[in-house]
Design a protein. Structure first.
Length: 656
């Protein structure tokens, strides 16, 4: 139920008015995804209740039961006794059967960029302070709580995932934790007035979702959350293209260049930057971007992200500011027209960057002009950012107003045929089905933290994220850092990537996204050209996906078939412990031989001691073969597979 502001609660005193049941078994085809088609098979139960003591108010509860879990939501039909109302708190409870192991991050209204803690529910309170490390713009819930998606495992081997689907016009949900009764209850993100949802009938809440199985691989393969979202909202989708991209980005985190143009911080949006002295370290220059365009064209990448191209980065801070950027005015050393023409000549798109610095009211005023500027200059995708305290002041990243904003951006961008990749936004809930131009989000602790902090992202981090953050939708994790020693660049001491080089390749399979960045700088890809070949080859859109083995926090192995091609790719990763990945090939066409190019950790590889030791070998495989591949501590394996030619069948062996 729900408690309301200045109105009787909707918790008890109900009588049954109506019950409806139905069965759905259909197939739909996503614009892009892990599968070319998805089956939606569920039983639906709709219950209409009347609260006679409060003028006969009505509330509906709709349940959908799938083989791998259920979703339910509250619905408020249009009625004379209920029009406008304000939610004080949602009272949904999830009562667990025991002291399960939880993979969790602290409940927070503004950030989800925490490291995950793994412990029994009964131990969460003792680890709460340790789990709540300082992160910019955090707003931690004071009582013991966690964010969703929450992954749980019972002592007898049951895997349980709790999240939400179809988050529209409603605040995001965290979960209060009772660590003695093992009960969870919904905690809806408030605004400055401590209101948690402004509603007008006819309306509904998001779905509350529970995915459950005795196999961890079933959790990863579940399409329950996508199935609970509305179908695609667009009549035409041929302009939406999954892609790989590179960018003027990682060089900033290495300390090689800067987002800003000058050291002066006393500037406004009407400042004439041509009269300011540049500091000479600006990364988004015409000449530098041309080098990235050339590299993209030479290596088959679709786009080049350019951060720091527009004026205002000198004003950037984590303080509330109404105006930081205008999204249409470049720095003097960034020639928009020249780069537009050069990129077009090389067959590459430039990816726009809109950092709002969380002055979202400013961005809302300027979005139409910004998107028109993109269309006029040949941009078809944008990375949005929301670092900082939200303006309007008092709103949170995950409050109702901001949830509506992210959806507005996706819908407005679609009017201009623009694809969106949002960072620091509310965690996804499957809305990529409804708005498929919303290709990806960050919404978790990504690769940049390998540079930002000495802790970085420990090896288990990417073995937990598929069970948590990625349950709601694709993540722009920005993998592909092949030069793992960040301190070697001289600007970042005691900084390194906490994986082997090969694990960075495998992440392109295990961290699913239709938008994948090759995040390292071009010089490092030239340095490891043979390993870079896998990043060039790997697909980003799929016909089929099979999760072969998995355990939260320990390991994940997945095989995927490229969209429209008889090419397969396999990625396997492990935590800080070495292990042997068991990789069958029974998904390959029977009776055919394939060449498997295996990128593996070297015998002496170790994410901590020797991360750049790797081997590459080719072998023949067929549907009856099984590979047992050793993974180094913090390591992985990446395999590309395609049909063998007659010469390859003669010259290659089938022994591993």
């Amino acid at each position: 139920g729900l408690s309301l502001q200045k109105a009787p609660s909707m918790i008890d005193g109900f009588t049954l008015v109506e019950v409806k049941q139905s069965l759905v078994d259909s197939v739909w085809h996503p614009v892009w995804g892990e599968q070319k088609q998805i089956r939606d098979n569920h039983r639906e139960l709709f219950v209409l209740l009347k609260q006679s003591a409060v003028k006969g108010r009505e509330i509906g509860i709709r349940f959908r039961l799938f083989d791998d879990g259920l979703g339910f939501r509250y619905e408020f039909p249009k009625q004379n006794s209920l029009s406008h109302f304000v939610i004080a708190q949602e009272q949904t409870q999830f009562n667990l059967a025991g002291d399960h192991t939880a993979y969790w991050i602290p409940g927070d209204y503004d950030t989800n960029e925490y490291l995950y803690t793994t412990c029994k529910i009964s131990k969460m309170r003792s680890l709460q302070k340790q789990a709540t490390i300082f992160i910019q713009d955090q707003c931690v819930i004071k009582n013991l709580s966690t964010q969703t998606p929450l992954m749980l495992k019972s002592d007898d081997g049951l895997y349980i995932n709790i999240h939400e689907a179809g988050l529209i016009d409603y605040p995001a949900m965290c979960l209060n934790v009772n660590d003695t009764t093992f009960s969870l209850s919904s905690h809806i993100v408030p605004d400055a007035a401590n209101s948690r949802g402004y509603m007008q009938t006819d309306c509904k809440t998001p779905w509350r979702t529970i995915v459950v199985s005795d196999k961890a691989t079933d959790i990863l393969a579940s399409k329950l959350i996508l199935n609970l979202n509305e179908p695609c909202a667009y009549a035409q989708t041929d302009w939406i293209k999954p892609m790989k991209y590179i960018g003027v980005w990682w060089e900033y985190f290495l300390g090689l260049t800067k987002w800003s143009y000058t050291f002066s911080n006393n500037v406004k949006l009407d400042t004439d930057y041509t009269k300011l002295k540049p500091h000479g370290l600006h990364g988004a220059t015409t000449d530098n971007v041309k080098k990235y365009i050339d590299f993209a064209a030479e290596n088959g990448f679709s786009a080049v992200l350019v951060e720091g191209w527009n004026i205002g980065w000198e004003r950037y801070s984590f303080l509330w500011k109404e105006e930081n950027f205008d999204y249409i005015t470049p720095y003097p050393d960034f020639d928009v027209q020249a780069l537009r023409d050069y990129a077009a000549m090389r067959g590459v798109k430039i990816m726009m960057h809109h950092e709002t610095a969380s002055s979202v009211s400013n961005y809302e005023r300027r979005m139409k002009d910004a998107f028109q500027f993109m269309v006029d200059n040949g941009y078809n995708s944008v990375k949005t950012g929301y670092v900082g305290a939200i303006t309007p002041r008092g709103e949170h990243h995950d409050s109702q107003w901001m949830v509506n904003h992210y959806a507005r951006v996706a819908r407005l961008a679609a009017d201009y045929k623009i694809m969106v990749n949002s960072h620091e936004a509310v965690r996804p809930t499957g809305l990529c089905r409804t708005y498929p131009n919303w290709l990806a989000q960050e919404s978790a602790r990504g690769t940049e933290f390998e540079s930002i902090s000495e802790t970085g992202n420990p090896p288990e981090h990417t073995c937990i994220l598929p069970f948590t953050r990625l349950m709601g939708g694709p993540m722009d994790y920005t993998p592909g850092i092949l030069e793992t020693d960040i301190s070697s660049f001289g600007k970042k001491k005691n900084r390194r990537v906490h994986t082997t080089l090969v694990k960075q390749l495998a992440l392109y399979l295990t961290m699913y996204s239709p938008l994948q960045m090759a995040a390292d700088i071009p010089d490092n890809y030239r340095k490891y050209a043979d390993a870079f070949q896998f990043i060039k080859d790997v697909a980003v859109d799929w016909d089929e996906s099979y999760y072969l083995e998995a355990e939260p926090g320990d390991y994940v192995t997945v095989a995927r078939k490229a969209k429209g091609e008889n090419k397969w790719f396999v990625g396997g990763i492990t935590d800080e412990n070495p292990r042997v990945a068991v990789i069958p090939f029974n998904y390959l066409d029977a009776g055919k031989w394939y060449v498997a190019t295996i990128y593996a950790d070297g015998r002496d590889a170790d994410y901590n001691l020797n991360p750049k030791s790797y081997t590459i070998r080719q072998v023949l495989v067929n549907s009856k073969k099984v590979l047992k591949q050793s993974l180094a501590p913090g390591g992985g394996v990446a395999i590309s597979i395609q049909e063998a030619t007659s010469n390859q069948r003669k010259n290659l062996k089938s022994k591993f």
